[in-house]
Design a protein around this ligand. Structure first.
Ligand SMILES: Nc1ncnc2c1ncn2[C@@H]1O[C@H](COP(=O)(O)OP(=O)(O)OP(=O)(O)O)[C@@H](O)[C@H]1O
Length: 329
């Protein structure tokens, strides 16, 4: 029996790579984190840091044939998802683990009504009678607060606004009451008021259904709003992991500090320029063995620091950091 306090998901030293024309490139390079039961873990970092590749490794939806998990374990309820047979993984997806994306149209079928798609999501995993299926679809549409839910079931995705489509995708993801929801930039494409509504919805549904959530975002504001714990990713690695409170109160890695400094503050003088982190995330072809934030940190690193991966250490209780002596203070 799994203890009910054990994390729902434990990722140990995950390594995921792509075979490209220029050779094998490691996008996720030894990443470890836990998702506590009934809590939300945020994964934050700029575009290209490996957040989505981490999510697609967990759900085993990496682009084929080029994407490969090369090492590590992904333990979900006592099973290692890295080695789980394809058939079992298919059963798990959409049932125990569900995923939502930035762009709902990639997950919704444009030529099927919303009701039919929701019903199919149920029938893929169980033999329920049609009255039960219909009742569950309607209940879920109401749970995600879609007005005139009954009528919307007969509509096609293009008849809905972006925010409503995102609600339908959430309804589809949650229809089989998954234990873990992975939300990859679920609000990035929406305008701010709709963003806030969708985040509130995810938060409410999470406590209502007792799910665990991984929320992927480049926006620390979103993390502050919804997450309990946070993992900061940079260039294929996690550079810092802590509770949201500790991360905001006491960020230790220069990259985390840079991300925090780039959030607009309510109390800053009007027209103050935000401090952007100079430069860009390196492409996977240019990942270095040592501290990968070195060239953007503005601080001199020794050859040793550039050449050797810093240890990932618990710098304070439950607060872990990739301990580059230059970038961590
Ligand atoms: N199919 C692929 N083939 C080769 N490289 C890829 C492929 N998919 C992603 N990558 C590379 O893997 C790295 C991580 O990408 P990933 O999409 O996980 O980043 P991300 O942090 O989720 O950013 P975004 O928010 O832009 O999705 C990037 O450098 C990206 O170019």
């Amino acid at each position: 029996m799994m203890s009910s306090t054990a994390p729902i998901l434990q990722v140990h030293d995950l390594v995921t790579a792509f075979d490209t024309d220029a050779g094998r490139m490691t996008a996720v390079d030894g990443v470890s984190f836990d998702v506590p039961r009934g809590k939300t873990l945020g994964i934050v970092g700029e575009s290209g840091c490996g957040k989505s590749v981490t999510a697609f490794s967990i759900t085993r939806l990496l682009p084929q044939p080029h994407g490969k998990i090369l090492g590590g374990r992904i333990e979900f309820e006592g099973k290692d998802l890295v080695t789980l047979p394809h058939e079992d993984m298919r059963n798990l997806r959409g049932n125990d683990i569900s995923m939502i994306f930035q762009e709902p149209m990639t997950a919704l079928n444009p030529v099927q009504t919303v009701g039919k798609q929701l019903a199919e999501a149920i029938l893929l995993h169980e033999d329920a009678n049609l009255d039960t299926v219909r009742a569950r679809c309607l209940e879920m549409m109401k749970k995600v607060r879609i007005p005139a839910a009954e009528q919307r079931l007969n509509e096609y995705p293009h008849q809905l606004s972006g925010g409503m489509r995102q609600r339908v995708m959430i309804a589809m993801a949650l229809i089989n009451t998954p234990k873990l929801l992975i939300a990859d930039e679920p609000t990035t494409a929406l305008d701010v008021t709709v963003q806030a509504q969708i985040l509130d919805l995810i938060k409410d549904l999470q406590s209502d259904l007792g799910m665990s959530v991984i929320l992927i975002t480049h926006d620390l504001g979103v993390i502050a709003e919804v997450c309990d714990e946070v993992a900061v990713m940079y260039a294929g690695r996690i550079v810092e992991r802590a509770s949201v409170y500790d991360l905001f109160a006491n960020p230790r890695h220069a990259y985390t500090r840079g991300l925090l400094d780039s959030i607009p503050k309510l109390d800053s003088t009007p027209k103050t320029k935000l401090k952007a982190i100079p430069g860009n995330v390196p492409s996977i072809a240019d990942f270095k063995p040592g501290c990968r934030f070195a060239e953007r940190s503005g601080r001199e690193h020794t050859l040793q620091e550039l050449g050797t991966r810093p240890a990932f250490v618990e710098i304070a209780p439950n607060h872990l950091v990739e301990n580059c002596p230059v970038c961590v203070s």
